[in-house]
Design a protein around this ligand. Structure first.
Ligand code: CP
Length: 308
């Protein structure tokens, strides 16, 4: 991994921790350049990408596909439900096969945390791995699109007050974001149910209630309640969650005029955020989805830079 004259080269992208601040800023700025049409990518070589999603996805899967097609890559169809995964093929063997077929980049989403370690340590697998989300582990491309959205708004990260609110323990988005935002100089706060918070996060920021912080934050980053990762023990009430921890109109009205709201989506409307606020003036939820295409173009380009 390297940055030479502002050009980022990556072998894989599996966590945010392995990226330097220079690489992070290089990818954000390249994403903005793709968005502004001031960057383009051309190659004489044919490149193949495969998007291997073993967990459901709308945004990550389809925005990687759009990004790959905008860059001129050939995208290999893959559906876990009709692949040899059904005959017992392991993730390792699926990726080994993609590598043998000459696929240059595999974007992988899988429920197993750290699934990528065995793949990037393999001496046989030549394909680059881009982590599209591993269980409750990491979601680096979501993190980079979030950073791009914040950077577009404020032009820096230094001393920005960012509150991450909701189901933090189960959120790979929260984990990727807290690590890198702290490193980039942001001041972090965490809010949401105590049972979905861990003292492990104390090194990154301060645990508060949403009402203690809502009028002070520059960025309010809401998280989806991840029912699929809960054990089902204990009752969950949407109304109670929304009242205690969600963004309702009253809390929205307390935000600073310059503050923005973010959410990685999919949104549980009227749970994490009131239905009418999803597209409110301070919401950047649609911008996040748009930026996902451009920052993923920057990621794919950096991986291809690492291959030449
Ligand atoms: N934000 C996000 O990862 O959305 P998807 O699950 O739809 O990809």
């Amino acid at each position: 991994m390297a940055v030479v004259d502002g050009v980022v080269s990556l072998k894989h992208l599996v966590t945010m921790e392995t990226l330097s601040n220079e690489e992070v800023m290089g990818l954000i700025k390249r994403g903005i350049a793709f968005k502004n049409s001031s960057a383009n990518f051309a190659s004489d070589r044919q490149y193949f990408a495969a998007n291997l999603f073993f967990e459901s996805s709308t945004r990550t899967h389809k925005s990687f596909e759009v990004a790959e097609k905008k860059l001129g890559l050939d995208v290999i169809e893959f559906d876990a439900k009709t692949s040899s995964v059904n005959k017992g093929e392991t993730l390792y063997d699926t990726i080994l096969t993609m590598s043998a077929l000459g696929v240059d980049i595999c974007v992988v989403r899988h429920s197993q945390e750290d699934y990528y370690k065995q793949l990037i340590d393999s001496r046989t697998i030549q394909t680059a791995i881009v982590n599209g989300g591993d269980g409750s582990g990491q979601h680096p491309s979501q993190c980079l699109l979030d950073l791009m959205t914040i950077y577009e708004e404020f032009g820096h990260f230094d001393n920005l007050r960012v509150a991450i609110a909701g189901d933090i323990t189960h959120s790979r988005v929260a984990k990727s974001n807290m690590q890198i935002l702290k490193r980039l100089g942001a001041e972090l706060y965490f809010a949401g149910p105590r049972e979905w918070y861990s003292e492990d996060f104390d090194v990154y920021g301060k645990y508060v209630t949403i009402d203690e912080i809502v009028d002070e934050v520059d960025v309010l980053m809401l998280l989806r309640v991840q029912h699929e990762r809960h054990d089902g023990v204990g009752g969950f009430s949407k109304e109670s969650y929304h009242t205690l921890h969600g963004l309702n109109q009253e809390r929205y009205d307390h935000l600073k005029s310059s503050a923005i709201i973010m959410h990685p989506a999919p949104v549980n409307r009227d749970v994490e955020i009131a239905d009418q606020l999803v597209e409110a003036p301070k919401s950047r939820i649609v911008a996040q989805m748009q930026n996902g295409v451009f920052v993923r173009m920057a990621i794919i380009e950096a991986i291809l830079n690492g291959k030449v």
